[in-house]
Design a protein around this ligand. Structure first.
Ligand code: GTP
Ligand code: IMP
Ligand code: MG
Length: 337
């Protein structure tokens, strides 16, 4: 804090949504900015509801947070309006005038172009084709859409002013390091750069303003769509380990592999990580489910955490032990960091 950037360290779905929703409540943040687009689905389990958010910042859980959509984001207007309704955030959501718009023909192209839909295995949400149109400089922007008029703002100005006033801001990354158009496993990547510096650029905040870069890793690695995945497990092995997950947006079964320290080291480097969150510790150590104090973890679970920390040389500050927002061990809280 004051400016924290949260990004994924593997191939997406590390649990960034849950981490951001926790930080928003715990740290009483002033502003959260969502980057990316509707190809990302962030799950927030909060007040006995499960939200699968595709446009709305996961920080909506903290009722005083101003919620913003970055200039670099790509908007599906229908989905955004539905999520504003669902989360009742009409009075605190803002959309940058220059965010670009996904249109029906982009969705059709993403679904019918065999290179995208089959070879790459995109989410079929029209995000890549919409970005391509933006590069061709023929996109509609948020400022052109009458339904978005009440929400239009200058996100870069709001964020930079807030930081000058010492307010707390979170930038919420989507997808993850190895789905980056530049640094990922090209061509099996998403349509934009996803690392910490890139999401700051989407918002319009310079690198000198960033205080913390929190990289989120899951206790194992998952990937949806095509592309390499080292030490990939068979579907039978994934089931045996209880690591079955379904993709939030497409419903596809996520491919899985054990925690990969080499990927993690590279993610730390590419993002300049200052803190790490490890989620789903309860998936590899079921007896840790719901634990909220580090001292209550089993010896094996503590060892798993410490070994990762030693190798990455970056403090692990948050540990997820269940899907609910408060199923978390906050080592900042325990005074370890
Ligand atoms: P993208 O932006 O699409 O990359 O997604 P994400 O990083 O927000 O993750 P997503 O919500 O798609 O997937 C994470 C899944 O793990 C969700 O089902 C979460 O509810 C769940 N989850 C997150 N943290 C934990 C945890 O510590 N334990 C358990 N059991 N589940 C968790
Ligand atoms: P696109 O982003 O829809 O173009 O898909 C490109 C690749 O990124 C595919 O392999 C998708 O499965 C993957 N991808 C895109 N968004 C996400 C996400 O939020 N979580 C996990 N994988 C994603
Ligand atoms: Mg997801």
């Amino acid at each position: 804090m004051p400016l924290t950037v949260v990004v994924g360290g593997f191939f997406g779905d590390e649990g960034k949504g849950k981490i951001v929703s926790y930080l928003a409540l715990k740290d009483k943040i002033d502003i959260a900015v969502r980057t990316g687009s509707v190809n990302a689905g962030h799950t927030v389990v909060w007040n006995n509801n499960t939200y699968k958010l595709r446009m709305m910042p996961s920080a909506f859980t903290y009722e005083k947070a101003r919620l913003l959509i970055a200039a670099g984001a790509n908007i599906n207007v229908k989905i955004l309006l539905e999520e504003i309704e669902l989360t009742k955030t009409h009075n605190r959501i803002g959309v940058d005038a220059q965010a670009s718009i996904i249109e029906e023909h982009h969705i059709q192209e993403d679904k019918t172009d065999t290179h995208l839909s089959k070879n790459i295995g995109t989410t079929g949400q029209g995000v890549g084709p919409a970005i391509a149109d933006r590069v061709r400089r023929r996109s509609k922007l948020a400022r052109d859409i009458p339904e978005l008029k009440p929400y239009i703002t200058d996100v870069a100005l709001e964020v930079n002013r807030a930081l000058e006033d010492g307010k707390k801001v979170i930038i919420e990354g989507t997808q993850a390091t190895f789905l980056s158009l530049y640094h990922g496993t090209y061509p099996y990547v998403t349509g934009r750069d996803t690392i910490a510096s890139a999401v700051c650029s989407e918002v319009g905040v310079g690198p000198k303003k960033v205080d913390e870069v929190l990289v989120v890793f899951k206790s194992y690695v998952t990937r949806v769509g095509e592309g390499p995945l080292e030490n990939e497990l068979t579907p039978e092995e994934i089931e045996k380990r209880g690591w079955i997950e379904r993709a939030t947006v497409t419903g596809r079964i996520r491919r899985a592999a054990p925690f990969n320290i080499e990927y993690a080291k590279r993610a730390v480097m590419l993002n300049s990580a200052t803190q790490i969150a490890i989620t789903k510790l309860d998936s590899i150590f079921p007896e840790c489910r719901g634990i909220r104090r580090y001292q209550d973890l089993t010896k094996e679970a503590k060892q798993f955490i410490r070994e990762i920390e030693e190798q990455l040389k970056v403090p692990i500050t948050l540990i997820g032990t269940g899907p609910e927002v408060y199923d978390i061990i906050d080592l900042r809280e325990e005074g370890v960091y």
